[in-house]
Design a protein around this ligand. Sequence first.
Ligand code: A2R
Length: 311
Amino acid sequence: MKPEILMMGPMMPHVEAALDEAYTVHRLFQADDADAMLAEAGPRIRGIATDGGKGAGADVMGRLPALEVVSCYGVGVDAIDLDHARGRGVTVTNTPDVLNDDVANMAVALVLATSRTLVANDAFVRQGRWLEGNPPLARAIRGRKVGILGLGRIGKDIAEKLGVFGCVIAYHGRSKQDVPYEYFDDLTAMAEAVDFLIAICPGGPSTNGIVNAQVLQALGPEGTFINVARGSVHDEAALVAALENGTLGMAGLDVFEAEPSVPEALLTMDNVILQPHQGSGTIETRRAMGDLVIENLRRHFAGEAVKTPVG
Ligand code: A2R
């Protein structure tokens, strides 16, 4: 008898194929009546396969009395009710490390794209405005100061990469680390001191809206805010207002509070570069993340320790 698992949303074809092979998969997203499906199959379901967006709430986990493991495609687990899982002894896994390189590359791409006004200049050429003269000069990044909010696995990769470009790195987190970068115990003070503020901390209650109006104002009219973490980390209304009234210079955003909905006002601003949450979105990295989702479930149901448990 194959173990039964619940799939919260569509996954990569190779992941779905591997899971179908090893388990009886109940696809919640395809159920005509999710409630009836959970009532019928819920008592037999021992695992959940999900992603960072869909997560797993107590509402669903609470319907699965035999649940043992949640395997999440993505490193951020803010959409999974960890307290509920811990309280019941349910193992939660995610996909750290394999995505560091590409998420860091997205941050670097946004730093370069904002500083060199790549998107506005692309429009400049397409619209034939070059025929009338050159665009305004852009800004260099060598020697400019970058503040990283969340110097973890991905944050350290960003620091290393931007170091190669000649940026001067600082960071803010809840604790000082043994690293050769300036530490700020206060986020507003760091924003005041840097040219670029890059958010790459986890989402969830402890970081909800911490990049607020005060932090954005401290970053200032020459400053750029980059978010490759979670939309919940910034106060989006304050961010839109700061970009509109010029208290903040530019932003490069891969994540949004209510994604895939993006505030209308951002769509027409040329001091903002928008991405559809694609930090880890390469074929290579997504495949590696998918492999890890499969491997964590395989190990769990083989009675082995999972590879990447959420602590
Ligand atoms: O606070 P610390 O010293 O534990 O540093 C962690 C920092 N962090 C925070 N910083 C400020 N305020 C907080 N409330 C807070 N909570 C955590 O974020 C640490 O340096 C960093 C997270 O690093 P890792 O756990 O290694 O995560 P990783 O793999 O770099 O991914 C970061 C996030 C994910 O959670 C997704 O939301 C996103 O990137 O894709």
